[in-house]
Design a binder for this molecule. Structure first.
Ligand SMILES: Cc1cc2nc3c(=O)[nH]c(=O)nc-3n(C[C@H](O)[C@H](O)[C@H](O)COP(=O)(O)OP(=O)(O)OC[C@H]3O[C@@H](n4cnc5c(N)ncnc54)[C@H](O)[C@@H]3O)c2cc1C
Length: 413
């Protein structure tokens, strides 16, 4: 059998957006996408807040800042073109004390540097916009939206197939070999039937397994994926109108995640969350799920212990609030007193694939690595769902370079 021109590992939003854009750019090339689950977007993409971020927080000039701004526009335009419901409901970042008020002004400056339209609201203007929210002031980000990212995945998969792409679900990539002229991709179908596919080039968008797919090709990386659970609650239907916008706290610049927020979902419900708790199984969504291999990979990685040393206090607080609902409630009651303990109804958690370096630092920006014939997305944290279209475009530009380079070196042999 002829090798495929390009194979992609991972049917999350990053893999699918790349796959679809590839078939548009190279209609003559054969492209194979391999996903280990029975459907698409079942991991990070299907367990997130569903927010189309505007790009408030990110370091000006970083890939995150650029991709988020471009991605928000591309996501909305894709939804318009393909009749996928989304809503530009806007978001409020609410300051609840003097320290947060100072941080809020710093964030407002960052928005300007990132070219994001905002309004700074006084306490009274905040009250007028959101009668159920208390704070000393807020930043109103008009362009923030909401969508169901799994719906985008379904559409991308359908378009990819229509444009001649091959989709393979229930196939897990378990090994990879790269030679001078091709790659061999070893898979198992539903944990039993083994198969080997061949391709000229490979793109790995494996999310929570990104370090493992890179390791299959012997790539020496100085990071590991550490899973962070993001636990949510859902408010009862009677609270579906409790807020008009998305309500976020002002984040602590020393902490990596955004803090518990109130999110209006595209189906009309409202969720509270997510927190950020240490996960003990990369793809285990239950609170007490553990996986010995995942734990072993963490505890034998020096970066994990250095990370713990830096964030142990925050980690303890998050863990306490994860088990003690009243603690979790306090986080949201800082800005919304109308929610009580009985309002916190169960909702599925998500798990973030966070790349951590050997020195214990968290990788904040998108991170890629490569071999002569493969490209790997090593870190695609939030807002990677928003940014999936520009990430895909960026990957294809990198792939073009790889293809030209290999062509040239073959010509000189
Ligand atoms: C709690 C939470 C909230 C978030 N909120 C937002 C938000 O509101 N807005 C936003 O923009 N972003 C948000 N994010 C981030 C965003 O969801 C992710 O960054 C994005 O979904 C990453 O997409 P992905 O395709 O890289 O990974 P994934 O969606 O995890 O997809 C990876 C795929 O690869 C497959 N795979 C892995 N290994 C193999 C293998 N060996 N063989 C075959 N297949 C394999 C997996 O099964 C999976 O389907 C959030 C994330 C979390 C966890």
């Amino acid at each position: 059998m002829q090798p495929y021109d390009i194979a992609i590992i991972g049917g999350g939003i990053v893999g699918l957006s790349t796959a679809w854009q590839l078939t548009q750019k190279y209609p003559e090339k054969s492209v194979l996408l391999i996903e280990k689950e029975g459907d698409f977007g079942l991991h990070q993409t299907g367990h997130n807040s569903g927010v189309i971020h505007a790009g408030v927080y990110y370091q000006p000039g970083s890939l995150k800042a650029r991709f988020c701004r471009e991605g928000a526009a591309a996501t909305k335009s894709f939804c318009r073109e393909h009749d996928i419901p989304f809503e530009e409901c806007g978001k409020l970042l609410v300051a609840t004390n003097k320290v947060e008020l100072q941080r809020m002004h710093a964030l407002a400056e960052r928005c300007q540097q990132n070219d994001i339209a905002i309004e700074v609201l006084t306490q009274q203007q905040l009250q007028e916009r959101e009668p159920n929210i208390e704070g000393l002031g807020a930043i109103f980000v008009t362009a923030t939206g909401i969508v169901n990212y799994q719906k985008i995945c379904q559409k991308l998969a359908q378009l990819f197939k229509q444009h001649g792409g091959t989709l393979l679900t229930d196939n897990e990539v378990i090994d990879l070999n790269e030679t001078d002229d091709r790659l061999q991709i070893h898979t198992v179908h539903k944990k039993t039937n083994a198969h080997v596919f061949e391709s000229q080039f490979l793109i790995a968008c494996a999310g929570l397994m990104a370090d493992r797919t890179a390791a299959m090709l012997g790539i020496k990386t100085d990071f590991k994926i550490v899973p962070f659970r993001g636990e949510y609650y859902q408010l009862p239907k009677k609270h579906n109108q409790i807020v008009n916008h998305l309500i976020y706290p002002i984040p602590d610049p020393d902490l990596p995640f955004l803090g518990v927020h109130l999110t209006r979902m595209i189906d009309g419900s409202v969720t509270v969350g997510p927190n950020a708790v240490q996960g003990w199984k990369r793809e285990g969504y239950g609170k007490i799920n553990i996986n010995l291999k995942d734990i072993w990979d963490m505890v034998t990685f020096s970066g994990f212990w250095k990370l713990l040393k830096t964030y142990w206090k925050t980690g303890l607080k998050e863990t306490r609030n994860s088990w003690w609902k009243s603690g979790y409630l306090q986080e949201v009651r800082k800005y919304c007193q109308h929610i009580s303990l009985s309002d916190l109804e169960p909702y599925p958690a998500g798990i973030r694939a966070q790349a951590v370096m050997k020195d214990g630092s968290l990788v904040h920006d998108f991170l890629f690595t490569k071999t002569a014939r493969s490209l790997h997305v090593c870190n695609a944290p939030s807002p990677a769902a928003t940014s999936a279209f520009p990430i895909g475009k960026h990957i294809i530009e990198q792939l073009d370079d790889l293809m030209h380079h290999t062509e040239n070196s073959n010509n000189t042999i």
